[in-house]
Design a binder for this molecule. Structure first.
Ligand code: ZN
Length: 75
């Protein structure tokens, strides 16, 4: 299974996440404005499920997305 979403898929998933989660970084809780971002990164919490399932996706800001703990593939 590929975890790379194309632009259209990302757009769809992003919309689902917007309905499901508050629009803040799931880690530092900052808003888009505080992070000076237009859109959050979509962080996958699992890599063995459908990559388009919002249940396993969280919003993440630029700085948190760079953290090593989140760059590793989770079991
Ligand atoms: Zn953050």
């Amino acid at each position: 299974m590929s975890y790379h979403l194309n632009a259209r898929q990302r757009e769809e998933v992003y919309k689902k996440c917007e309905l499901r989660y508050p629009e803040v970084c799931s880690h530092c809780q900052k808003t888009l404005k505080e992070c000076e971002m237009v859109k959050f990164y979509l962080h996958h919490t699992r890599y063995d499920v459908d990559p388009k399932d919002p249940e396993y996706i969280r919003f993440m800001c630029k700085s948190c997305n760079k953290l090593e703990i989140f760059s590793r593939i989770l079991p």
